[in-house]
Design a protein around this ligand. Structure first.
Ligand code: ZN
Length: 416
């Protein structure tokens, strides 16, 4: 047997039940939880004991929409940076996320298997990383960052390996190939651009992207590899087409209406709203150097953010935690907890960042829950997060302890 760790006097947040279980002991062997009990249990030889002092212990948080390589909001500028520099920036973005309590993140394009491995080998301190590789985009779609007039197809990819520039694919054959390339390079999920976006220069917000056949081909190739597709989409039309083609998770979805939410529910799709990024971008406004068109698109999606969440909740669509921040705005990741309280209870927000995220990512039993067999990813926090979330949302507070795979990365339990 390896190294055994014990957490005593834990008030465990049971994410499946949405309730607290006081007076628990959590037994951890190496990287995994082996027991959680409020009955006296014999624990044998213990290498280390952590006293939670009746504080709440949460499963490690999951942010299901991040871009850990987005060290700048200028995405075309980013694509021209050398991969070594992008990676160096990513290491501090990853560390920041882990310190805020995110022990797992789902990268919505940009990160590659090298970054994932750097975290796994302990070269970088960061959350466990689920990667999408390059986002798949049609010509002129949301991940086609070429300025108007540029004709070469490989405008960016020739000089940089990282960044958010899409794999451009047109037609069913190219889409299949582009998805297979991501699978070949170790993708955990496939990201497709199914509609217009804010940060791209030439596509209208309300437009749809890819034909139904192309969307189906992308989902089919993802499922063939036992993966699933996540789609960037805002408008009812774009969301409906994507979900009908087999997409599992709709990213952003700000403009959805009731009818669209019902289609999502019928197809078992998830909504991953990303409210934090619109607040951050709106605050930055003109400083971004974005075109008037882009700022206008931003205003429209920003104003509809919380409304879409209410619509999804009312129709029973599962909602998962996401943020989608870029550049220096990553520091605002935890404001998402506060923003969601406009449409959800604190318990529901916590579930969206734990158990719901695990279900979406098909990682139930491994993350998002404090149960035997799960990774020992957990936080110890002050206060009662089932009542209010300032201990997570306020950047000056944050978790008292952050553990990932049985290793402590932050500990302010003992006064210095
Ligand atoms: Zn994104």
């Amino acid at each position: 047997m390896g190294r055994r760790l014990l957490i005593e006097r834990a008030t465990v947040f049971d994410s499946a039940a949405g309730a607290l279980r006081p007076h628990c002991r959590i037994v951890i062997d190496d990287a995994r939880i082996t027991a959680v009990s409020d009955e006296p249990i014999s624990v044998g030889d213990v290498a280390q004991t952590i006293d939670a002092a009746d504080r709440v212990v949460l499963p490690g948080l999951v942010d299901a929409h991040v871009h850990v390589v987005a060290s700048s909001h200028d995405l075309s500028g980013l694509a021209l940076q050398p991969p070594s520099l992008v990676t160096a920036h990513s290491s501090s973005i990853l560390r920041g996320m882990l310190q805020r309590g995110f022990t797992t993140v789902r990268d919505a394009a940009g990160a590659d298997f090298g970054l994932q491995e750097a975290v796994e080998r302990g070269l970088f301190e960061g959350p466990r990383l689920f990667i999408a590789g390059f986002p798949i985009s049609q010509t002129g779609g949301h991940a086609d960052m070429r300025p108007k007039g540029v004709r070469q197809r490989e405008f960016f990819c020739s000089c940089a390996g990282l960044g958010l520039i899409g794999a451009i694919a047109d037609g069913v054959g190219e889409v299949r190939r582009a998805v297979r390339e991501q699978v070949r390079n170790g993708a955990n999920q496939i990201k497709i651009m199914a509609g217009g976006g804010v940060s791209s220069p030439t596509d209208p917000l309300e437009g749809t992207q890819f034909s139904i056949e192309e969307l189906r081909a992308a989902c089919e190739e993802a499922e063939a590899a036992n993966l699933y597709a996540m789609a960037h989409a805002y408008s009812p039309r774009a969301v409906t087409r994507a979900v009908q083609a087999g997409v599992r998770s709709i990213e952003h979805g700000n403009l959805i209406d009731e009818a669209t939410a019902r289609v999502m529910k019928a197809h078992g799709a998830y909504l991953v709203p990303t409210l934090a990024t619109y607040v951050a971008l709106a605050d930055e406004g003109g400083k971004l150097g974005w075109s008037a068109d882009m700022l206008e698109k931003l205003k429209r999606v920003h104003s509809r953010g919380i409304e879409s969440l209410k619509i999804a909740r009312a129709e029973g669509v599962p909602v998962v935690f996401g943020t989608d921040l870029l550049g220096h705005m990553h520091a605002r990741q935890s404001i998402e907890f506060d923003l969601r309280l406009g449409a959800m209870s604190p318990v529901e927000v916590l579930q969206s960042a734990t158990i719901e995220a695990a279900r979406l990512m098909r990682q139930e039993g491994a993350i998002g829950e404090l149960v035997p067999g799960a990774w020992a990813d957990l936080l110890i926090v002050d206060g009662d997060p089932t009542q209010e979330l300032s201990m997570l949302a306020d950047p000056k507070r944050g978790p008292r302890l952050v553990m990932k795979a049985g290793r402590v990365y932050r500990d302010t339990l003992q006064p210095a």
